[in-house]
Design a binder for this molecule. Structure first.
Ligand SMILES: [Cu+2]
Length: 124
């Protein structure tokens, strides 16, 4: 009997440990396959991240991570440091400027602004 209770307790603990690994999706601005690679590699480089998949058309990164070791915010900071806006964290302009031309999503936003007739995107 004692053994059964112990076993049940262990199973419960294992279940709780599993619950610490969660999945979360947030917005990341990327532009090409190179961006996808860099974003995923950066995310996976953060301790506690078990999987990271970037959906380029959807502009969203899905993370599988251990809540005891990391947080989406930590991952977002790492990605923003590369030049990609992530979640609520905006990439610093210097980091953005270092991106390859094909990856400059903000300029492409600017072109879209022009198409709508207004060119007031120079303020930044
Ligand atoms: Cu790119």
């Amino acid at each position: 009997m004692k053994r059964i209770i112990l076993f049940a307790a262990l199973m419960l603990l294992a279940g709780m440990a599993n619950a610490r690994v969660v999945e979360k999706t947030f917005t990341v601005r990327g532009h090409c396959g190179m961006c996808k690679n860099r974003i995923e590699t950066a995310a996976k480089g953060v301790e506690g991240v078990q999987a990271a998949t970037y959906d380029l058309p959807g502009q969203a990164l899905t993370l599988t991570y251990d809540t005891r070791k990391t947080s989406p915010r930590k991952v977002q900071k790492r990605i923003a440091a590369l030049g990609y806006d992530a979640g609520k964290i905006k990439a610093p302009q210097e980091a953005y400027d270092r991106l390859e031309d094909c990856c400059k999503y903000r300029e492409i936003d600017g072109i879209n602004d022009h198409a709508h007739g207004e060119g007031h995107h120079h303020a930044e």
